[in-house]
Structure formats: structure tokens, C-alpha cells
Ligand binder design. Sequence first.
Ligand SMILES: [Mg+2]
Length: 383
Amino acid sequence: MKITSQRITVVGTPWRELVFLELMTDTGLTGTSEVRMVSRTEPLIACLEETAPRHVIGTDPFDVERLSWNIQRAEYDRPGEISQSALACFEVACWDLMGQSLGVPVWKLLGGKFHARVPAYANGWYQAERRPEIIAGLAKKVVEKGYRALKLDPFGHAAAELSAAERRHAISIVAAVREAVGQDIQLMLEMHGRFTPSTAAGVAKLLEPFDPEWLEEPTPPENPLAYRSVRNATHLPIATGERAHAMEDIRGFIETGMVDIVQVDLTHFGGFLAMKRLAGWADAYSLPMAPHNVCGPVGTMANLHFAVCTPNYKVLEHFNDFADSWTHDLVDHSPRIDPADGCFVAPERPGLGLHLNHDVCAQHPRTGGRIKLFDKGWEQRQG
Ligand SMILES: [Mg+2]
């Protein structure tokens, strides 16, 4: 089997653009993948177009180690956000092709079924005014849909520090949500790298009574030693990694013991093989993986395959039941949770097990949408 061409399709939503890649082959099979770039759709497209003729077109999709080495090393630049996302696009589509050609789901080629059911947590559900009673009402609706876990950034557009009033307001939102969902629902708290170490440490201490499942990116994500204040202030688990793109970006957090839950994003980290290596490395430190996922249905499906075959997998992030729920219609078999227990079930179709519906994609052209975490009202995700 040889890859003969690629097709790039971008779907716009008010706050994100979803980039889909299809790799066509001389066998007639098409492999599909997806990346949602944070704010860099154009550079990703340029990287895909520049790199494919050198390292993808004309190659065998089974040769993913060679593909990864060529893009990470032969190109001689350092693996970064754009190049690792482009690599993930190619690599995931190759695994889709392998699975289809062998008639098995991707997870069967990467370790087999370890988790028959994969717990999910909801995100994108609090697109509303930042009032405790409003957010708490929406949290109840998430639980009514079957989710047993949900994530919230209660800090508005805060940057660096919080006034006493802002701190009280954020805590009141968390308190209302915990009260609304009860003690047995996992509540993940997102900080989006907003704070100075001392501000994050102070807030972390105040959040302990609400029993959050984790605190995410308490300070900007480049410097593990900046996490030390939070680590010393609280027993609460710290999650980070969504802005790591290569092993060296996350190494300092793992080796200094500053991360409890590894959140590296499959679609920004080079794809399945890199994530399996990272999962093995994290496991040597007894750390679970909870990969970041803001993708539409294709990237979510790729994450689901990784979850099924990875022992130290904790929970899968999912936006598409709340933000832009029409994105389910972009493919023929979108992953959906079972409302009975809030879990995804291991998919059984060959490859990733889905294909794009180009008619639906064409109904949602590019928007330039991006997330603006430091603008007032960003939570409403209106672009
Ligand atoms: Mg995050």
C-alpha cells in the first residue's frame, strides 16, 4: 500500500477550527485524522502541504517509525507545536489505514483491549454568565446526560493575580457546582496557566474542601519549578501537559514530581507511537494519563483507541455533547458516551472506524474561531 495524495478539510466553529486530514492510497483506502490547533490553523496547513511531498506521499503507511523520525529528526528543526501536530495528522491517518487494511480496530494493533469502557469528562458545558446559580444549573444538566465527571475554569479571564473579591467569586462558583452535583461526581478545576505561583498556591488551598479531582495548569506550563509553590501548598493532584509537544517538554514535570496526571495531547505530540512511549515512561513513575482533547469526532475517536489499549489511562476529555454538538454529524460514526455510566465503549470497526461526511463539513466553513482565555466572557465560546 502506498499513499498517493492528501486532502485537508477545515471546519469552523465560533471558537475553534477543526483540521481534518485524509490520506488516499493506491488500494482505494482512505485514512482520516484530525487536529484542532489552538490559534495556528494556517501554519499547520502550510506544514502539512510542505511536509507531505517529502515524507508522506509515496510511502507505505505501515512505516510510521520512519515517518516520525523523518519529520522529527531528518528535518533538523526542533519538534514543536506545528510540526508535531502535522506529524500526528499523518501518523494517526496511517494507523487508520493499517487498521482498515488488516480489518481490525487501531487499538488491537497497539496493545489490545485493556479498557472495554473509557470514562469521559465533560467540558464546554458552561457557556453562560459567571453566576454560581447559573453554572450550578448547567452542571446538573451535564450529570443528567450521564457524565460522572466534568471540568470547569471558574476564574473568568483572570491573569497573574486575583483580588479578594475575584477569589471569593471563583470559590463561590466551585462551591455551587459541588453542591449541585453531589460528592460522587469528579470535578476537575482548570486554571489555564493563569497564575503566579503564590496566587495559584493560595487558591489551591481554598479549593481543597470541594474535593477537586485535579488542579490543571496552575501556572504557565513551561517551568516545572514554578509548580513547587502549589505542590507545597496542597495535597490536591496537579494535572498538566497539554502544551507539551515532545518528550523534553514534559520531562521536567515528571522527573521533579510536579505532575500527578499527564495531559499530553495525542494530536499535538506526534500521534499514537509517541503517546504509547510517553504512557510507558509515565507508568515508570506510577502516573496516569488523561490526554487533553478539544477535537471534534475524529480526534476524539483516535483518543478513544489510545485509551482502550493503554493501562494507565484515567479519563477522556469530551466537548462535543455541549460545545458545537453538531460536530457529531461531521462523520458517519461519531464516538458517544453511554449515558448509563458516562463511558465510551471500545469501538470495533476497522481502523479508527469512521469517515468524514464532506457535505456536512462544507456547511461549516472556516470562521477564524479561537479561544480567548484572557478576554472577559470567553467561557461563552462565541469567538
Ligand atoms: Mg487545559
